[in-house]
Design a protein around this ligand. Structure first.
Ligand code: SAH
Length: 249
């Protein structure tokens, strides 16, 4: 079964959008995933087909109505058993920050149904009423959930079997081990007076692996102390004995 993505949105024309090109686009053509955007407005019931209303308590902007969005959710879930079995996610800056670990879980499953917000977001009652998992893609505010959904889908799709080949599904990637990945270099060896670290030209696979591990640790510690702290907390006992030899990179 392909990974099935259903996206509830006011802008269905944004899908597959950029995911129709490159690796994700090829995977879509090969049937490795399916993309099914659903227009939320089709589930509005009044004559103006309104999907939003003013915020209770006052203030700027508009709020997506729980009844209209729930009708869209229920129609999608009711269409098939496999639809109903998929996780239901809502993109919102108030959600749990997306992690590579969660992306891996989602990619290993049957697919996702994603709610894309607009305006001030959704009526809060929706989340409890339909067991919605609220997901944020970072601490900044977008104008709508569509871009966030594309980000989440891109992260999942590249992990689907056959999409990227063996090269990039390994443990080396940033976040897979709780660390940032080590830096990369390629030819030319010298560029604008800068060279590639000698160890990478040594052909000594053990030294190269040790250097990469060292750089992953050093860079994570300096760039992302939050990740580093979590990594240190999680690490039971480090088997790495190669540190000293690596100090002179
Ligand atoms: N008033 C809201 C922001 C609404 S932005 C607040 O301050 O929390 C409009 C929509 O964009 C949201 O409903 C959500 O679907 C999407 N969005 C904005 N930022 C996002 C983020 N960081 N992660 C996921 N979705 C986001």
């Amino acid at each position: 079964m392909p990974f099935a993505a259903t996206i509830l949105t006011l802008y269905p024309e944004m899908f597959p959008g950029p995911l129709g090109t490159s690796l994700a686009g090829r995977a879509l053509n090969e049937g490795r995933w399916t993309c099914d955007p659903v227009q939320i407005r089709d589930f509005a019931t009044d004559k103006h087909r309104s999907v939003d209303d003013t915020p209770a308590g006052g203030g700027a902007g508009m709020v997506l109505r729980a009844d209209v969005v729930a009708a869209a959710i229920d129609a999608v879930a009711g269409a098939s058993e496999s639809n109903a079995s998929r996780p239901l996610l809502a993109m919102t800056p108030r959600g749990r920050p997306l992690t590579q670990a969660r992306v891996r879980e989602l990619a290993a499953g049957p697919g996702v149904t994603i709610l894309c917000g607009r305006f001030e977001g959704f009526d809060e009652r929706l989340f409890a009423a339909r067991a919605v998992e609220e997901v944020s893609i970072g601490d900044y505010v977008l104008s709508g959930g569509e871009m966030a959904a594309l980000v989440l889908l891109d992260a999942c799709i590249r992990l689907l079997p056959g999409v990227m080949g063996a090269a990039s599904s390994g443990d080396d990637e940033s976040f897979e081990s709780g660390l940032l990945e080590y830096p990369h270099y390629t030819r030319p060896y010298e560029w604008e007076g800068r060279t590639i670290p000698e160890v990478l030209r040594s052909g000594d696979h053990a030294r190269i692996a040790a250097w990469r591990q060292h750089r992953a640790e050093v860079d994570t510690r300096s760039r992302r102390p939050d990740l580093w702290e979590r990594h240190e907390d999680a690490r039971v006992q480090s088997p790495s004995g190669a540190r000293n030899e690596m100090e002179d990179d």
